[in-house]
Design a protein around this ligand. Structure first.
Ligand SMILES: Cc1ncc(COP(=O)(O)O)c(C=O)c1O
Length: 395
């Protein structure tokens, strides 16, 4: 067979996480790998009630083709929530509804990236963004994350030397590290980007899942009109609905609408209306509190188990929200070797490798705490701890 694929396919790696998830489907396997919300908390009955209402009252419209930008009442809801909860000043015209924020990354790549353009991002960085942007064959430059956000001096340096098209950031409870930007770094980041032609993409699906610490403003609140802010219903309602949004100035939204038209005409009309009905009939803040409380507890269980079962030399982040924490093994240890050994003990996580672009660190890995209950977290950490200790003595 001699099938000729596009050149860009040479650079694309299959999502490593999807591969791990295949292993994790076996019930015996304790998985800290996927970025899955806890399905126990999905509001199944309420979504069912909302669906019934939409189909009963607006069935014909809900099943018809719709506008590319998205269902206006849902865009109004999103704009209004930004204005009340985030102290931003957003109009529904600045919102485009997309199939999860993952689609936003693809559309933004299409709108902004030519082959060889620079994309600056965090190290480690969100694997899904790396994968989406890779389709457009950019050059990645990563900047290390410190405990309070990106290394600001390097950001300034790379902005000046590389003149990137995009700076991509996840400032709240970042995937994969769990790290959040301090107020100072949010402001400093905005001030640096404002002096350049770079567009900032602020990917913010976890903002509402805060356990502790002070709520922080969006970087967008310090920005001018080169800011693109992404949001998602995946982590606060359910990812299977595939519903997210982009907030950007109308000029950028207009370009995005054109590429979205070409991609899929519009997002699922029925899903948009169901989500809007659900949000109208229920108190989303009560639901968000329940999710945050549950994940906060699971995070505490994981950290307590790490303290108990991992050797002291192993470092970990303590996220103030979200779904992940990040482990750094002693320098000489390789997380892929660890992974291959823990799979044999039916425990999986994501080795750091796919979260790196230009600079790779082999001794790191990502742990998800939202999708496992207490007993499995403790048992899983215990098994990983035993393998780390064994590897340490082998070195
Ligand atoms: C930082 C980040 N961005 C985007 C996404 C994609 O989310 P969705 O497409 O479900 O909105 C994820 C999912 O895990 C994420 O962690």
């Amino acid at each position: 067979m001699n099938i000729k694929y596009a050149n860009r396919m040479k650079n694309i790696k299959k999502s490593f996480i999807r591969e791990i998830l295949k292993v994790a489907q076996n019930d015996k396997v304790i998985s800290f790998a996927g970025g899955l919300p806890n399905a126990r908390l999905f509001p199944v009955k309420k979504i069912q009630a909302a669906s019934n209402k939409v189909l009963t009252n607006h069935g014909k419209n809900a099943l018809q083709y719709s506008t590319t930008q998205g269902f206006l009442p849902l865009r109004e809801y999103i704009a209004n929530r930004y204005n009340t909860v985030c102290a931003l000043n957003v109009s529904p015209d600045e919102i485009l509804i997309v199939n999860g924020s993952q689609q936003a990354l693809d559309l933004l790549g299409k709108v902004f990236l030519n082959k060889g353009d620079y994309v600056v991002l965090e190290r480690p960085g969100y694997l899904g963004a790396i994968q989406a942007f890779s389709m457009f064959e950019p050059v990645f430059k990563s900047i290390p994350l410190e405990s309070d956000g990106i290394d600001i001096d390097l950001l300034r340096k790379y902005m000046n030397s590389n003149k990137p098209k995009i700076f991509y950031t996840v400032p709240n409870f970042q995937n994969p590290s769990g790290i959040s930007y301090s107020l100072e770094k949010r402001e400093q980041t905005a001030n640096i980007i404002k002096q350049t032609d770079t567009v900032i993409i602020e990917d913010d699906p976890y903002r509402e899942l805060r356990f502790t610490g002070k709520k922080q403003p969006t970087i967008a609140s310090f920005m001018d009109n080169k800011s693109v802010l992404l949001g998602s219903f995946s982590k606060i309602i359910a990812p299977g609905l595939r519903m997210g949004w982009i907030r950007a100035n109308p000029e950028i939204i207009d370009k995005l609408i054109t590429v979205k038209q070409a991609a899929d005409l519009h997002s699922n009309n029925l899903s948009q209306r169901i989500i809007h009905q659900y949000l109208t009939d229920n108190d989303i803040d009560t639901h968000i509190k329940l999710i945050s409380k549950t994940y906060s507890y699971q995070k505490d269980v994981m950290i307590d188990a790490i303290k108990r079962y991992f050797p002291k030399e192993v470092k970990y982040t303590t996220p103030e929200g979200g779904m992940f924490l990040w482990i750094t093994l002693p320098d000489k240890m390789d997380s892929m070797t660890l992974f291959n050994k823990t799979v044999e003990k039916n425990v999986v996580f994501v080795p750091g490798l796919p979260f790196y672009t230009d600079v790779i660190e082999n001794n790191t890995f990502r742990m998800n705490f939202s999708n496992s209950d207490e007993d499995r977290i403790i048992e899983g950490i215990k098994r990983i701890g035993e393998v780390i200790e064994k590897l340490q003595t082998d070195i």
